[in-house]
Design a binder for this molecule. Structure first.
Ligand SMILES: [Zn+2]
Length: 469
């Protein structure tokens, strides 16, 4: 999200732009492309369910991707050996330009560009031109400079049939990737050019901080913060790897995250001693596993922004006064959080939403005698099957608090009658629930399990330094 001095609208078109693949008749399933998704996404992940096996696995075609930079354009050359498959299709990201094909036939009538293999070896070359200036509209941020380029990892799926069995693979995840020059390849972002990778493992998570060479990043300070807030934020969804690309100018202020991929970029100059803490904000997004109904969509940004300030305070990066001033700042008192039509600005979740969560957190702490907090609600949301509705949210709040707060919540989420007013702090801001929440979390056996996986965290990821062999 764009934060700080420059601000822009949230990405409200996301859900609408998830493309339904117009399937080739013989193909049972293919996932929609992961349209570049800003940190405002409530879009379900499409990365985890690639396989469409209808029986025993067929022999896997060999796939390879080679990436090269030409001017401000990244060129991705994809080759697929069809391995005797009876039929094979390639689904290509609509946001890249196909400039060359070999051994494939383009099929018409598909919203996702679709190609059918006609030979044993197929090749598709796609390109993406990157801008020199930060974008001023919504959409994932990509940039080219003389020294480095941040580009996308394009959506690409290969589906094949052998003896009636259908399988799908993702060459950027399962294939061999080479690059002409040094590059760091994540799930969604590809940093092309000389770079540094700083890594730290804590609480079952490995944090990878990637920056173009010469960025002048205080990486240990960022990793210290991630290692610490990872433990403090006891809300579940501690996935094993988090990747953050730290970008120097001309990257704009702020950052953005791909929630399902636990991947983000952050402006490398973002201050750590700020309530408007972009480093923590984007990290909180990576802990958001929940899916939300429309009337709860505000919670995605509100919770990232609230916890960024809260954790910055608990980490000692900001004072209590700074924390209180930030989370109770005025604005948008007439907005109903659950009704976007009442919003005067896309900033409503960052201001009125944060205010609501700050007060709600205090209410839960007070109601529960300091034993529960908003963390518990967040965790229940993460663990919930299916979308979290507003009604379910109020149920989770009641469960955490031990008493019903829905009348108060209704005024802020549904009424839009001006009652969403600044929160008057009337006592010390404490954080007694953290240790208990962590204890509960560990006691449930989740944390030890995650810790046990720590050593495996970075292994299977397509990430790191690759050069042409
Ligand atoms: Zn955000």
């Amino acid at each position: 999200m764009i934060r700080g001095r420059t601000e822009t609208v949230l990405l409200v078109w996301l859900v609408a732009t998830v493309v339904t693949v117009a399937l080739t008749p013989a193909v049972a399933a293919a996932t929609a492309p992961d349209t570049p998704v800003l940190d405002t996404s409530t879009t379900p992940s499409t990365t985890a369910s690639l396989s469409s096996s209808l029986g025993s696995p067929a022999e896997t075609p060999q796939t390879a991707v080679h990436v090269a930079r030409e001017g401000d354009t990244l060129r991705y050359t994809v080759t697929v050996e069809t391995a005797g498959a009876d039929a094979l299709w390639l689904y290509v990201d609509p946001d890249v330009t196909v400039v060359e094909t070999d051994g494939v036939q383009a099929l018409d009538g598909h919203r996702v560009p679709t190609y059918r293999a006609t030979g044993e070896t197929t090749r598709i070359v796609v390109e993406r031109e990157l801008p020199r200036a930060p974008r001023t509209t919504t959409g994932a941020e990509y940039l080219a400079t003389d020294d480095w380029a941040l580009g996308p990892v394009p959506y690409l799926r290969v589906t094949w049939q052998t003896d009636g069995h259908t399988e799908t693979t993702a060459p950027f995840e399962d294939g061999r990737i080479t690059t002409e020059d040094p590059a760091a390849v994540g799930e969604k972002f590809l940093l092309y050019g000389d770079h540094e990778i700083y890594s730290r493992t804590a609480n079952g998570q490995t944090f990878h901080l990637v920056a173009p060479a010469g960025t002048g990043l205080d990486a240990p300070a960022v990793l210290d913060t991630y290692a610490s807030v990872s433990a403090r934020l006891a809300v579940g969804d501690r996935d094993t790897a988090v990747r953050v690309f730290a970008l120097p100018p001309p990257a704009r202020g702020g950052g953005e995250a791909f929630i399902r991929s636990d991947e983000a970029w952050v402006n490398a100059g973002s201050p750590m001693d700020s309530a408007n803490n972009v480093w923590i904000h984007e990290y909180v997004h990576t802990r958001q596993e929940f899916r939300l109904t429309g009337e709860m969509a505000w919670f995605t940004e509100a919770s990232a922004e609230y916890y960024a300030a809260r954790l910055a305070y608990e980490e000692g990066h900001i004072s209590q006064a700074e924390y209180e001033a930030y989370v109770s700042r005025p604005g948008f008192e007439g907005a109903a959080l659950g009704d976007r039509d009442t919003w005067a600005s896309q900033r409503v979740p960052y201001v009125a939403g944060v205010r609501t969560l700050a007060e709600l957190d205090e209410r839960i702490r007070d109601s529960s005698g300091g034993e529960r907090s908003l963390d518990d609600v967040f965790r229940m949301m993460n663990e919930h099957e299916g979308e979290v509705s507003y009604e379910e949210f109020t149920t989770f709040v009641a469960r955490a608090a031990g008493e019903d707060h829905s009348a108060w919540l209704d005024e802020r989420v549904q009424a839009g009658d001006g009652s969403n007013t600044p929160f008057p702090f009337d006592g010390p801001v404490d954080s007694p629930a953290r240790a208990l929440s962590d204890a509960i979390y560990a006691g449930r056996g989740v944390l030890p399990g995650v810790l046990a996986l720590a050593g495996l965290a970075a292994g299977p990821l397509l990430f790191g330094y690759r050069r042409r062999e």
